[in-house]
Design a protein around this ligand. Structure first.
Ligand code: GLP
Length: 241
């Protein structure tokens, strides 16, 4: 596990953007695994700036998002579809047909999960996976539990995650209770992984992730088993390690 600590959120985000851009420079048709949430926002902004400066070209890149809320249509402002197009895809030259996000309005969620997993395999897996982390140690929407999902599945969100994510909704009641999420093996099969964390409220989860016992109670701790994982932090997130 490689741990990099940058002084603040902006510096961390810049480093993350450079890592994504160098991946694409090395392999123009890279498959990127992408995350949502507040953490990667500045990384996306920096990648957009780099694209505008002709420093990175997304025309052959394929993207696979980690997760999506069940029951939200793509046009819903709180869906991860909306987030990704609004914050990133609409501002770069990625091709629409190369964008993959689980469909939160699918009629048959189980089929959607199987098809999503297949679509990743069909494109020969993920080259670089970007991850955020929940304050309870979740990655994607793989919540702490006695056992974790292997492949893409429908998951029940914990109260803690519903409460944390309610800041984007008008009320806690509006937060979906279920989501489609890549499973732990889907994530761990990526060739390289970069986990991003910023702020004091992630410090405990980061401590458990990098130096705690490997446990399904802290899903991110399973990343310790990955040979090519970089944990990219700001000083606050790194304050307990
Ligand atoms: C959500 C997402 C995760 C994300 C996490 C942290 O629940 N499903 O992929 O990493 O929250 O979000 P934030 O970066 O806003 O703290």
């Amino acid at each position: 596990m490689r741990i990099i600590v940058e002084k603040d959120y902006q510096a961390m985000s810049k480093k993350a953007a450079l890592m994504v851009a160098s991946q694409i420079t090395l392999k123009t048709d890279s498959n990127l695994g992408l995350a949502t949430g507040a953490t990667p926002l500045a990384m996306y902004e920096k990648l957009i700036e780099m694209y505008k400066q002709n420093e990175v070209d997304f025309s052959e890149v394929q993207s696979f998002n980690l997760d999506e809320y069940c029951g939200l249509k793509a046009e819903h402002p709180n869906s991860y579809h909306y987030y990704m197009y609004d914050n990133f895809f609409n501002k770069i030259n990625i091709k629409k047909e190369n964008i993959h996000i689980p469909d939160g309005s699918a009629e048959d969620f189980n089929k959607e999960c199987r098809d999503y997993e297949e679509s990743i395999k069909k494109e020969r897996g993920i080259d670089l996976q970007i991850l955020g982390i929940g304050s309870n140690g979740h990655i994607g929407f793989n919540e702490p539990a006695e056992s974790l999902n292997v492949a893409t599945e429908v998951v029940d969100l914990t109260e803690e995650t519903i409460a944390a994510n309610s800041r984007y909704f008008d009320s806690k009641e509006e937060v979906p209770k279920k989501a489609i999420s890549m499973g732990m093996a889907t994530i761990l099969k990526a060739d390289r992984i970069v986990l991003l964390a910023s702020g004091k409220n992630k410090a405990e989860a980061i401590k458990d992730t990098v130096s705690g016992k490997i446990s399904t109670k802290v899903p991110a701790s399973l990343l310790q088993t990955h040979p090519e994982i970089t944990v990219l932090l700001d000083q606050e997130a790194a304050s307990l390690i």
